[in-house]
Design a protein around this ligand. Structure first.
Ligand SMILES: [Zn+2]
Length: 75
């Protein structure tokens, strides 16, 4: 029953009651949902030399739908 074959998963002890909930800057909602941006990588930029379509996970406010800039991967 004690399966420890996931070396990359470290148990992180965080007291979430001390953690701050992120709020939507538009509507103050604390609820977000996961969505995907789809990035199209041209053949010139792709490591394989072929055009690629890469899904990128982002969070959007479940109330007003905006994607907070904090959640956007910087590039
Ligand atoms: Zn919102």
């Amino acid at each position: 029953m004690n399966q420890q074959n996931k070396p990359q998963q470290q148990k992180i002890n965080v007291d979430l009651s001390q953690a701050e909930s992120m709020k939507c800057m538009e509507c103050d909602s604390e609820q977000f949902k996961m969505e995907y941006l789809i990035k199209k990588v041209s053949a010139l930029l792709s490591p394989t030399g072929d055009e690629m379509v890469i899904p990128m996970q982002v969070f959007s406010c479940s109330k007003c739908g905006i994607i907070p800039e904090d959640f956007l991967p910087s590039n």
